[in-house]
Design a protein around this ligand. Structure first.
Ligand code: AMP
Ligand code: ZN
Length: 106
């Protein structure tokens, strides 16, 4: 088995401050927030990075992007927010389980 911290969060093996969960995705607060609101939205299935996504992942990726403004509004970010998906070592990715950052100030 691979050793992935976000898979452990999905399985409940390590704690996280969850704000959303369904069959496919989970969102939780970043442990080192870079803004007053800093969420990470991840697929439950282990996908290393955006570089590993294919056309088959289109429904999942679309779901994540469509969910982003819903979660952002719930966190008081109705006026706007930033998103980021760091991809690969060269893209500054530190945790190799696909995640979308949602950042903003309510
Ligand atoms: P990235 O550079 O895009 O791979 O960012 C990884 C993010 O995961 C960083 O912002 C970390 O603060 C965050 N992070 C790492 N471990 C945890 C954890 N156990 N719970 C919540 N966030 C985490
Ligand atoms: Zn994983």
């Amino acid at each position: 088995m691979h050793d992935c911290i976000f898979c452990k969060i999905v399985k409940g093996e390590i704690p996280a401050s969850k704000v959303y969960e369904d069959d496919d995705v989970i969102a939780f607060k970043d442990i080192r927030p870079a803004a007053p609101v800093h969420l990470l939205l991840i697929p439950k299935r282990h996908i290393e990075s955006l570089l590993d996504c294919t056309a088959d992942d289109q429904p999942l990726l679309g779901k994540m992007l469509a969910l982003t403004p819903v979660l952002a509004r719930e966190q008081g970010l109705g006026a706007g927010f930033k998103t980021a998906i760091n991809t690969g070592l060269a893209g500054g990715q530190e945790v190799f389980h696909l995640h979308l950052h949602i950042l903003g100030t309510p």
